[in-house]
Design a protein around this ligand. Sequence first.
Ligand code: FAD
Ligand code: EPU
Length: 338
Amino acid sequence: MEILDNISLKPYNSFGIRASARYFTRVASVPELQEALAWAKREETPSLIIGGGSNILLRENYDGLVIKNELLGYEVLETGEDFVNVKVSAGEVWHQFVLHCLEHQYAGIENLALIPGCVGASPMQNIGAYGVEVRDVFHGLTAVHRYEGYTRTFTNEECAFGYRESVFKNVYRDQFVITDVTYRLRTNPVFHIEYGAIRQELERLRISELSIRAIARAVINIRSSKLPDPAVIGNAGSFFKNPVVDKEKYMLLKAAFPDLVAYENEDGSMKLAAGWLIEHAGLKGYRNGDAGVHEKQALVLVNYKDATGPEILEICKLVIDTVFKKYGVELYPEVNIV
Ligand code: FAD
Ligand code: EPU
């Protein structure tokens, strides 16, 4: 294991924030990961595991050990009449896994095409898009305890997935490092095209026969037209979660703002489109120096060139305060602030 000193993290975070790590290492196997964690424990220094760095905001230099996850590999664990269980190492790039599934005709994650980042982070916030979340296809995972070094497995139930939530973001926050995830995919597909934008795009593409490839293509087209590419403008996707309010609050808001966009949850609560709230509070395209609110998608905060973490956080605070003042609704960041 090689521990490097004072390494720039700019290439390792999709916001493109110029911050550095006091110590930095790469791990390509579980024993290497355990060794790195033991080193941090011995040195009494904090550790931060990163995959693609596409859901973090660095406030300042990281005064600890950054561990870049490079655990690679796929393994078919089990095949049944209509399913296959595929174990994927945490350092694999998520979209490459989607492409692997398309190639092998494994259905279930085609709606999640083009989400940046690595497989290891996919259960962290139960990634989701266009009507599908990973919990719909998640079978289990293996993780290493950060301080004790032992490995344990988690079932779907034990992960307690919710909207952009899992145990790894709350009760077990900073306790475990995920080393592999097993997905249960279907070999006879069930298509999810309820999301209006997908249907419209499939029509535009004149798709006559529905397939997982066609859905992935539609999703890729929609995402590419809406979301800024981190290679061009630094960002971490949606900066805030869509806020959930009860029916009563929703009715009051709807009366005051008839165009408000919202979706009903299974429990009757309403998920409000935060992008709509931010845009109609006048902040879409707002910019202060190199930090701003994206001009096409108000839920995405951006770094045009050289914004610092605190400058992005200033915009975050402005958005939260403005939205609260106008609608009485509290926004919470989705991005992990380090
Ligand atoms: P990182 O940013 O490296 O890490 C995120 C957090 O997880 C950090 O706290 C990190 O310490 C922790 N972590 C990382 N790996 C592990 C591990 N192996 N074990 C334990 N903890 C770990 N998300 C969606 O849900 N849906 C979307 O549609 C979506 N679209 C996006 C679009 C863009 C343009 C961008 C930039 C981001 C988008 N995201 C979306 C957010 C992001 O892609 C996901 O959250 C992704 O899962 C992050 O993966 P990562 O490897 O980059 O995680
Ligand atoms: N909207 C506006 N103005 C905006 C942005 C959006 O009015 O500036 C409206 C849209 O017109 C639409 C509604 O808000 O009616 C929802 O917009 P969109 O379909 O773009 O989805 P979103 O709620 O902004 C969520 C996820 C995305 C995911 C998409 C597609 C969250 C926090 N974000 O975005 O996930 O890709 O749906 O399913 O749930 C991410 O988590 O990083 C992410 C990008």
